[in-house]
Ligand binder design. Structure first.
Ligand SMILES: [Fe+2]
Length: 396
């Protein structure tokens, strides 16, 4: 798969197939890996503005260097470049999953809207894809949340709830079948929203009591739809039925209380709220994960299960991939790669100075190799008042 990358962001280790100068795209006579910074400088001097890289290609030579060491400055630089190349691949996988998932979920919603019978097969297939990807490429799947688009909220919220449920279920050690059922549950959990009035569903601001009552009806609307899906697993149904319940019995639709709200229901409540808080909507900015966790902790123990929420926080981490952080050297950037064995020292792609409120050259800071630099806080774009979304892309 080819990826377009601007000249400023070409790095050693990328495999270049095509270049673009003066709006003309040309195939390289000799496609290949960039191994020296001089090559990048040459391209720049020739007026190249963009290159098309093969994100699947991994430079074996660099991989060998990375594993054999010793870590000279040059080999460390190249090792960084290898992992960055792999990261391009992660984003491509995430984009592909997002694209396919949106089409499948859109089909599901269209079928509901036009009263067509709903086939469990494609939903189940999407569920399997999500579970498979979380086991084989968890980092890639986590990018889905970071590259979501606010205008496709319902579809992307369903996909994200599905991903978070599977990831959380895996963290809790739930069996494979339950994970698969959780994935399906996430996809269908809000199907009733398709029948909620648009002006209520997308209202910019707080709902009136009457509007809130109408919004709550999505749970009522969901029931006949779920009943009509032949072969829908019980666990999946529970995700949909219980994600608005509260431990003190004040939730809806059934006012389940305490032990009547089982693990699947409690997980669903946590995941649904987390995704809603951290999503950007046309009427509200996205919260950082840590801000969302703070609010969610304040909803315990009467609404959410405190011990389970603590586990969810451990599972997601305060600095998930794609989240924005400020470093102790004053730079702001996105968490770019993360190592599940140590969530506090990810690689951060920095591009902004918090002190000077100005853009700076892009740098990839590996906190594991830079113990002198720490993450001091998670930040949100809305608080800084700048839109950084273009830096989430490799083509920024
Ligand atoms: Fe809902």
């Amino acid at each position: 798969m080819l990826e377009k990358v601007s000249i400023e962001h070409i790095t050693i280790g990328m495999y270049i197939e095509q270049i673009q100068a003066n709006n003309t795209r040309t195939k390289m006579k000799k496609p290949g890996f960039i191994r020296r910074s001089e090559t990048i400088e040459n391209l720049r001097q020739k007026g190249v503005e963009f290159v098309w890289i093969n994100s699947e290609a991994v430079d074996e030579e660099l991989t060998v260097e990375q594993h054999q060491g010793p870590q000279t400055n040059a080999s460390a630089e190249m090792a960084k470049s290898v992992s960055r190349t792999i990261n391009v691949k992660d984003i491509s996988i995430a984009e592909e999953l997002l694209d396919i998932s949106k089409k499948r979920i859109q089909k599901l919603l269209d079928d509901i809207y036009s009263n067509q019978p709903i086939d469990i097969e494609p939903i189940s297939e999407l569920g399997s894809d999500i579970v498979d990807n979380i086991f084989t490429r968890p980092e890639a799947v986590h990018w889905v949340s970071a590259i979501r688009n606010k205008s496709d909220y319902l579809m992307e919220h369903s996909l994200n709830v599905s991903i978070h449920l599977v990831n959380f279920g895996r963290y809790l050690g739930l069996d494979q079948q339950t994970l698969q059922d959780l994935a399906i549950g996430g996809i269908v959990h809000d199907v009733g929203k398709i029948l909620v009035k648009d002006e209520v569903l997308n209202k910019p601001g707080k709902l009136t009591p009457e509007e809130f009552d109408h919004m709550k009806l999505h749970q009522v609307y969901s029931q006949p739809v779920l009943d009509s899906i032949e072969g829908l697993p019980e666990t999946s149904r529970m995700v949909s039925l219980m994600h608005h319940e509260k431990l003190d019995g004040t939730g809806y639709p059934n006012g389940l209380q305490g032990d009547d709200l089982p693990l699947i229901g409690r997980m669903s409540c946590i995941v649904d709220i987390y995704d809603a808080l951290t999503a950007e909507r046309c009427y509200k900015a996205a919260m950082s994960p840590s801000e969302a966790f703070k609010i969610m902790m304040s909803l315990t123990p009467f609404h959410l299960d405190r011990d389970l929420l603590k586990k969810f926080i451990m599972c997601v981490g305060f600095y998930p991939i794609g989240s924005l952080v400020e470093l102790s050297n004053g730079r702001i950037g996105f968490v770019w790669e993360s190592d599940s064995s140590d969530l506090t020292t990810p690689v951060v792609k920095t591009f902004f100075s918090a002190r000077e409120q100005a853009y700076r050259n892009i740098e990839y800071v590996c906190l594991k190799k830079r113990p002198d630099i720490k993450i001091i806080r998670a930040v949100s774009e809305s608080k800084i008042g700048v839109d950084f979304s273009r830096f989430r892309s490799i083509t920024a």
